[in-house]
Design a protein around this ligand. Structure first.
Ligand SMILES: [Mg+2]
Ligand SMILES: [Zn+2]
Length: 191
């Protein structure tokens, strides 16, 4: 296979943070938290349509989510998996990848580390340079940048440090769809 053909055969992904991008985050003291249980899981307005449009355009939709409550012992894997299963029923996602660690574990998958994105790219032959990371916190944006992806910041105005130089800032995933289609599609034709 020539280099060009190899590049064309690789897939393009939209990496999606979960809480605050696909479903509503519970905001306490200005900071977002995952839903407590299935009953409080609410898909954000426009998220389902956005996912359908992106998937229809050929993007893999891969959720990459930090769930440190597992390491902290306040939530179980089963709790997290139950929410993820439900979300996968509500949205046309290809996969959900979870980091269950906290900072002190020193893993390579907790965002801002790019481990979840790099592993997905290896497993699915994804071209990271033409892919996009969408998130609502600085950790998401930095992980996308370190993986070499385009980055989209969904700004909910949390009381925490803002990400540095995302490629696009929006208020919802739906608002980012035209830009994602234009930007990544252009790259894809050039490759
Ligand atoms: Mg989030
Ligand atoms: Zn991890």
């Amino acid at each position: 296979m020539s280099g060009e053909a190899a590049a064309r055969s690789r897939r393009v992904a939209v990496f999606l943070d979960r809480d605050g991008v696909l479903n509503q985050a519970l905001v306490r003291d200005g900071l977002p938290h995952p839903p407590d249980d299935l009953a409080s899981l609410q898909v954000l307005p426009g998220a389902a349509e956005a996912c359908a449009t992106l998937r229809g355009a050929g993007f893999l939709l891969i959720v990459v989510t930090n769930q440190p409550d597992i390491a902290r012992g306040t939530r179980t894997w089963e709790d997290v998996e139950a929410l993820n299963r439900r979300l996968s029923e509500l949205l046309p996602l290809d996969e959900i990848r979870v980091c269950p660690h906290d900072d002190r574990d020193g893993c390579d998958c907790r965002k801002p580390s790019p481990g979840l994105l790099l592993a997905a790219a290896r497993d699915r032959s994804i071209d990271l340079g033409r892919s996009v990371m969408v998130g609502d916190r600085w950790r998401d944006i930095e992980s996308g940048q370190r993986a070499g992806c385009w980055t989209v910041f969904v700004d909910h105005g949390y009381s925490e440090r803002r990400p540095e130089r995302p490629d696009l800032t929006v208020r919802s995933l739906g608002e980012a769809v035209p830009w994602i289609l234009a930007t990544a599609s252009k790259e894809r034709v050039r490759a």
